[in-house]
Design a binder for this molecule. Structure first.
Ligand SMILES: O=C(O)[C@H](O)[C@@H](O)[C@H](O)[C@H](O)CO
Length: 465
């Protein structure tokens, strides 16, 4: 059954990020990032690997642009490496770093592919991290300065800008639980990192606008949060989890206020900052992977699990596959009866349309048009990845349902073009439409790559008719 036809001009793309694909970490003046340091700490990365080479995209980008051209996407979401452009996070741009992105952006434009760069996808310059990173207000200002410099150089060819990728994950996993860089386990003392990222976002939006940018968004992770029972304790815990992982990072942007009870926990002047944070966006990016089933800390939500195992059941948003400390007032439960990806994440396509409905109900006309900036799945298959095809097919049908209900969705980006360095999982989880041999760095398009290529040409044909 062919996919339903999406509106004319719908933006079809794939996504990657700099630290996960580029490699060449010490080449051409690139400075170290918080993740370079984190991967060197023993035991931080599940398979002991690191991203010093990753997929070597830094040298193989022409081959990867050729894959994008063959795929037939209209847009490519990638991230700019702040430490490659500003080795210490501030000061003059690193010319060889800028040249790299200049060449990549030119090649994309020449191939008729819209460049969609993310300014920050987790690789904080180590020099800034060592000073406190996003716990420090000044990092927000440095981020805006970096945005202004980059926009002055690439803005003439960039179609759409993304300020931040998933400030929730950086805050909760990096500063809250310490399972991601910078590896700090501050629990609720991590909240200033949320505020400063959002402030950095708002300041960057203004800096980009001053440079003439006309299409700016953010890529937030979102997913429905369900309570594992109707009990007051479980629904209360689910509300708390929803506030921490969804609302904390959306309400300030779209409503100009923090969820009740949170603003008091944040470093000021919060009200003044909220005016900056709520700088209007042209569109709102949603990274969706799956919903989360939540219960009270002592709850025994599902048959499959008991109290205290605390193993998070994959990331809708928030605590992906992480031990939940007893101090946190919730427990995560396995979604019963669901197929699972190779990463153990539940396959819940209807969670995508549910997420969009929740956003529309919550934010009404304050919600700008939406782009699905990430959706995808990890499976171990080398090239015959029928499970990935089924996953993407089902999610796209759900997305079309939301469109048919009048939710304005302007684009969809598959995570990811290539297998890549999956953060604390290292190379053990493969999300690519293209298989990467980490020994030879050879790229081999999977069955899903050809499925998506055919689906895009069918969309173009339908659009033309
Ligand atoms: O959503 C995220 O966590 C990041 O944006 C990506 O960098 C991940 O690699 C991907 O999502 C798979 O986990």
């Amino acid at each position: 059954q062919p996919l339903p036809v999406f509106p004319d001009g719908f933006l079809w793309g794939v996504a990657t990020s700099a630290f996960q694909i580029e490699g060449a970490v010490a080449q051409d003046g690139r400075g170290p990032s918080s993740w370079d340091a984190f991967t060197r700490e023993p035991g931080r990365i599940k398979d002991g690997s690191d991203a010093t080479v990753a997929t070597d995209h830094y040298h193989r980008w022409p081959e990867d642009v050729a894959l994008l051209r063959e795929l037939g996407v209209g847009a490519y979401r990638f991230s700019l490496s702040w430490p490659r452009l500003l080795p210490t996070g501030a000061g003059p741009l690193n010319v060889p770093g800028l040249d790299f992105y200049d060449r990549l952006v030119d090649a994309l434009c020449e191939a008729g592919i819209q460049p969609v760069p993310t300014l920050f996808h987790w690789d904080t310059p180590l020099a800034l991290e060592e000073r406190g990173g996003w716990l420090l207000r000044d990092t927000a200002r440095r981020f805006a300065d970096y945005a202004a410099e980059v926009a002055a150089r690439l803005g003439d060819r960039v179609a759409h800008w993304i300020t931040l990728n998933e400030p929730a994950e950086v805050t909760l996993l990096g500063y809250g639980l310490g399972v991601h860089a910078p590896g700090k386990r501050l629990l609720f003392e991590a909240l200033p990192a949320a505020h400063h990222q959002l402030l950095g976002h708002g300041l960057a939006v203004r800096a980009l606008r001053d440079q003439g940018a006309r299409s700016i968004g953010i890529a937030n992770s979102h997913g429905p949060v369900h309570a594992c029972s109707g009990s007051e304790a479980d629904t209360g815990a689910a509300d708390f989890y929803d506030t921490l992982t969804n609302r904390l990072f959306a309400d300030p942007l779209l409503l100009g206020r923090y969820p009740e009870g949170l603003a008091e926990l944040l470093p000021g002047p919060v009200d003044e900052d909220l005016r900056v944070i709520a700088e209007p966006l042209d569109w709102y990016g949603v990274n969706y992977y799956q919903p989360t089933l939540v219960g009270a800390a002592e709850s025994t939500g599902g048959p499959a699990d008991g109290p205290g195992d605390g193993i998070a059941d994959g990331p809708g948003a928030g605590f992906a596959g992480v031990d939940i400390p007893a101090e946190l007032p919730f427990a995560l439960h396995e979604m019963p009866g669901r197929e699972r990806t190779g990463f153990g994440w539940a396959v819940v396509p209807e969670g995508l349309s549910e997420t969009l409905r929740i956003l529309r109900v919550r934010y009404g006309d304050r919600l700008p048009p939406v782009m699905v900036t990430e959706n995808g799945c990890a499976y171990p298959d080398r090239t015959e990845d029928s499970a990935r095809i089924a996953f993407l097919d089902a999610h796209l049908r759900e997305l079309h349902t939301a469109l048919a209900e009048g939710i304005e969705v302007r684009g969809y980006f598959i995570w990811s073009l290539l297998d890549n360095f999956e953060w604390a999982e290292g190379r053990s989880q493969r999300f690519g439409l293209v298989h990467v041999d980490y020994t030879t760095l050879e790229r081999t398009p999977r069955a899903s790559f050809h499925w998506f290529r055919r689906a895009l040409s069918a969309q173009r044909a339908a659009g033309a008719s």
